[in-house]
Design a protein around this ligand. Structure first.
Ligand code: AMP
Length: 176
């Protein structure tokens, strides 16, 4: 398994979920045991020089990557979820998507100021979602060391936005 092989599992769907968007379906990467193992190991390897204490996954595909990554890195997993899904007290941030607007939350007691966090998701587009995730994580007092994705849609400006607004967050895109 290599980057080219793992990337070839991704399926592009034109005009989904609305006209003009090319949706990157990464679920075939998860369905391929070798490709799934490869991408998660790559993510762990890139951050092996940092003392990561927790993996934060962004709903929903970030949960699939994040659970596997947290187990591999031998740290806990914390979900960042869409508004109204977490049952206890939360911190909340609103954000704008490539297609639509939304808000995300994290449980207030899920991280502390002792935590050094790696965020994970499948695709970086405009950076709105991860920017909101960083905001809620920082409200817990935790530090964000990095953001790992399978694909970075660079033309949408998310990477530039992270570099500008959160230069301390190391962005790693495994399959670009
Ligand atoms: P953004 O906040 O614009 O960076 O969007 C990132 C979030 O939306 C991620 O959770 C992705 O799963 C999803 N997303 C945005 N654009 C796409 C796309 N073209 N293909 C697949 N997922 C996308």
């Amino acid at each position: 398994m290599d980057v080219v092989q793992a990337r070839s599992a991704i399926v592009e769907i034109a005009d989904y979920p609305e006209p003009g968007v090319v949706f990157k379906d990464v679920t075939p990467v998860f369905a391929d045991a070798g490709a799934f193992k490869f991408v998660v190991e790559k993510m762990a390897e890139v951050f092996s020089d940092r003392k990561i204490t927790a993996v934060v996954g962004i709903e929903a595909r970030g949960f699939i990557l994040g659970g596997a990554l947290a187990q591999l890195m031998q740290v806990g997993f914390v979900p960042v979820r869409k508004l109204g899904k977490l049952p206890r007290e939360t911190y909340r941030a609103d954000y704008v998507l490539e297609y639509g607007t939304d808000a995300i939350e994290i449980h207030t007691d899920s991280l502390t100021n002792q935590d050094c966090v790696l965020i994970v998701d499948d695709v970086l587009a405009t950076g709105g979602t991860v920017n909101a995730a960083i905001q809620v994580i920082e409200q817990t007092g935790a530090q964000v060391a990095g953001f790992a994705v399978l694909l970075n849609l660079d033309f949408l400006g998310g990477a530039a936005r992270i570099a500008l607004e959160h230069p301390e967050v190391r962005l790693v895109s495994i399959l670009d």
